[in-house]
Design a protein. Structure first.
Length: 352
């Protein structure tokens, strides 16, 4: 097992290994001291791993109360969040108890936000079950739900007490979800680790899960330590996300997060090359590697549709959007772009 320490406002460990789900109860007890654990999951993940998680928690003498909601981004809403809070209250959780988030990014975001706000904050443990959640969303303390106006518009920074990445659960990961996780994995290579990007070109991520997750978590650890509240360097982690979130929203979330991020990265790589920021060969490699991992690099949505969706993006500050722009494979910069210039960036990225 590998352990990575995250030094944030509340320090915690990310554990990476096999068979960790069976020791979940002992780990939750050690990290939180809770007597009751609310196990929050979605219907698909709970059907696969819920009973195993329950047994482990109960074996550690925890009272366990499960809250299960329908899977998918469209259920990461204020309504589901409200039901979760009422469930915690009805189950009589105290401030010394804990929430356990068992699932992918949607589960982690919603359960984390519920933990952040229930009785002004209780401990929670992340148990990510997708590659995307293991390498990105479970680490760093961002929690949120979506509003009608956009994705992750209501949320809080609330660091977990522990993150438990059991590699065994990836054996049931659908191919589409695996590819979505690879979009975030490739993002880390483009951002600041060219050797890692080359490793991913030479050998598929699924053949080196432990190394991939450890590398991505270590990179995110360093970024979070430097900028926990996303005011500077942490913005770099949004590579591909501004355009990607717009694609997701335009599709009614039928396009998954990782797919949107891949499209966003491809748009930015093409635009950066056209503007002379990034060498054309590097931009072409980024796009070709995304395609090699089975990820989309184009969208049929128009510039008008994407711009309308972007106006509600939480990363918009006043009339400025901060785009993360590749300068090379392994190097990116933050570009402050006035909203009136976003159409030109989309055009340079191949969006009419």
């Amino acid at each position: 097992m590998k352990t990575i320490r995250i030094d944030a406002s509340r320090a915690y460990d990310v554990q990476i290994g096999r068979g960790l789900l069976d020791s979940l109860g002992r780990a939750v007890k050690a990290a939180t001291g809770a007597e009751t654990a609310a196990l929050i999951s979605d219907d698909i993940v709970f059907s696969l791993y819920g009973e195993r998680a329950l047994r482990s928690l109960e074996a550690a003498d925890l009272r366990v109360v499960p809250f299960v909601f329908p899977h998918g981004e469209r259920h990461k809403t204020l309504a589901t969040y409200g039901r979760a809070l009422n469930f915690l209250c009805g189950s009589r959780l105290t401030r010394s108890d804990a929430v356990v988030a068992l699932g992918g990014g949607v589960v982690g975001d919603l359960a984390g936000f519920a933990a952040a706000t229930y009785r002004r904050g209780i401990a929670y443990v992340q148990v990510p079950t997708t590659l995307l959640a293991m390498v990105d969303s479970s680490v760093g303390g961002k929690t949120a739900v979506d509003l009608d106006a956009g994705k992750n518009q209501a949320g809080a920074f609330w660091q977990p007490a522990l993150v438990l990445c059991d590699l065994d659960v990836l054996s049931t990961l659908p191919e589409e979800e695996y590819r979505c996780g690879c979009a975030e994995v490739l993002k880390y290579g483009v951002l600041g680790n060219e050797p890692f990007f080359r490793e991913l070109q030479a050998r598929p991520a699924r053949e080196q899960f432990e190394h991939v997750i450890e590398t991505c978590v270590a990179m995110k650890r360093d970024v979070v330590a430097a900028d926990e509240y996303d005011r500077g360097a942490r913005r770099l982690l949004n590579l591909g996300h501004s355009f990607g979130h717009a694609v997701e929203a335009c599709s009614g979330f039928s396009i998954l997060h990782g797919q949107g991020v891949a499209i966003g990265m491809a748009i930015l790589a093409r635009a950066a090359a056209r503007r002379g920021i990034c060498p054309e060969e590097a931009a072409r490699e980024i796009v070709e590697t995304l395609r090699a991992y089975g990820l989309p690099t184009e969208t049929d949505f128009s510039a008008d549709e994407l711009l309308a969706a972007m106006m509600g993006d939480k990363k918009m500050e006043g009339s400025t959007m901060h785009l993360i722009v590749p300068e090379a494979i392994g190097a990116c910069r933050v570009e402050a772009v006035p909203s009136g210039d976003l159409r030109a960036w989309l055009a340079d990225g191949g969006i009419a």
